[in-house]
Design a protein around this ligand. Structure first.
Ligand SMILES: NC(=O)c1ccc[n+]([C@@H]2O[C@H](COP(=O)([O-])OP(=O)(O)OC[C@H]3O[C@@H](n4cnc5c(N)ncnc54)[C@H](OP(=O)(O)O)[C@@H]3O)[C@@H](O)[C@H]2O)c1
Length: 352
């Protein structure tokens, strides 16, 4: 790491599923913070959140509480980021944003650490973290893209409820218990019962679109991060499953040049941030419960698609709260630190 600089770091949305994980990861990785300030809405102001071996008091996100921050790691929803990221930048903080709001803006880099690190250069005060589903996919795809090129990508996801936040975790727990006891349930977070069910809907359908906003994000963000032209076909279907943490993805990838399953296994085994678990005859493959709590993305079931000689099938699993959000946000903060980029460029003015 560069210089001995220490930063005042604000964690916006610190009481949430992602924010609380950011606090965990900042402490685990000993990010050079002189102070960590948890911020949330007035609802949680004054409450305590765990940090390292102790606790920190949550402050309300306000014009006053954001003064003097060098960095803000933000995960309080798109509306909050739309309003507050420009204010944070104006107050002098570089924002690493976990929401979807800034991701597709032309002047906002969308960064997966160890995949497209150089994109942080030239930021205008905001760096966006991709969607959790896209994030783990990028870690697995980048080595394949570099080795054999990409012609087409088909992704089907099986996403955990923590991807929706703390209320959804609560909903799955409550529904599971109620159903086992034969009680009635009333869905609140999702449009249908999520316990003991699979929902072919993640997020919402915008009027006139038969793909969900999550599916659109996976397709658009993948293209932006990997710099893929429109000639590369991408298709995503996202489903919600009753798992607490860990998104699973069935990935069908068509390469430009030959890549055998053996070569792919070898390639991914030597790539950063990935662990290959692939001995299916011994029931060894990635599991959501094995990925939960880990920073690496797990890959397995690597096999030839029998319908196409340059297509491979893979099973990719990651912890949506860690690499999918918090770990990557902290890794991006580390990158900014290493490259001397924890500074708001002169005249930076993010446009909402
Ligand atoms: N969950 C994931 O796997 C994941 C992955 C990548 C990205 N994301 C994105 O990260 C964001 C947060 O997700 P989450 O899952 O952590 O949600 P969550 O568990 O519902 O937490 C939401 C957080 O935002 C805070 N908040 C809400 N309204 C606020 C306001 N007006 N001012 C200040 N703080 C406010 C909440 O604070 P209070 O306690 O005060 O309500 C809470 O800390 C979303 O944009 C989501 O799309 C989530």
């Amino acid at each position: 790491m560069s210089a001995d600089r220490q930063y005042r770091v604000g964690v916006v949305g610190a009481t949430g599923a992602v924010g609380s994980t950011i606090l965990e990861v900042l402490a685990e990785r000993r990010f050079p913070a002189s102070e960590v300030i948890p911020l949330a809405s007035s609802r949680s102001a004054g409450s305590k959140v765990p940090f390292g071996n102790g606790e920190l008091e949550v402050r309300e996100l306000s014009e006053e509480s954001i003064q003097g921050l060098d960095l803000a790691l933000s995960s309080a929803g798109g509306k909050v980021s739309a309003e507050w990221a420009p204010k944070l930048v104006e107050a002098g903080a570089v924002v690493v944003d976990n929401t979807s709001y800034w991701r597709m803006h032309d002047d906002v880099p969308l960064v997966v650490a160890q995949v497209n690190d150089d994109a942080v250069e030239g930021h205008n005060g905001i760096v966006a973290n991709p969607n959790c589903t896209t994030m783990q996919l990028m870690v697995a795809l980048k080595p394949i893209l570099d080795a054999a090129g990409l012609e087409r990508l088909i992704v089907s996801t099986y996403q955990s409820v923590s991807g929706t936040g703390r209320n959804a975790i609560e909903e799955l727990r409550e529904q599971s218990q109620a159903i086992l006891k034969g009680k009635e349930i009333e869905p609140r977070v999702y449009p249908h019962q999520v316990a003991f069910n699979v929902l072919p809907q993640v997020e919402t359908f915008k009027e006139g679109d038969d793909y969900t906003t999550e599916e659109r994000k996976v397709m658009a963000e993948t293209r932006k991060i990997l710099g893929l032209s429109e000639a590369v076909g991408i298709s995503a279907t996202c489903a919600r499953v009753p798992v607490i943490t860990g998104h699973s993805e069935s990935v069908n990838v068509q390469t430009e040049t030959d890549l055998s399953p053996e070569e792919c296994r070898e390639l991914l085994s030597n790539s950063p941030g990935l662990v290959v678990l692939d001995d299916p005859a011994k029931a060894i493959y990635p599991l959501a419960i094995a990925a939960a709590g880990r920073d690496e993305v797990l890959v397995g079931r690597i096999r030839r698609d029998p319908s196409h000689e340059r297509c491979l099938n893979l099973w990719v699993v990651g912890d949506n709260l860690r690499k999918g959000a918090a770990t990557n946000a902290v890794q991006v903060a580390e990158l900014l630190h290493e490259r001397g980029l924890v500074r708001v460029p002169e005249g930076a003015a993010p446009v909402a």
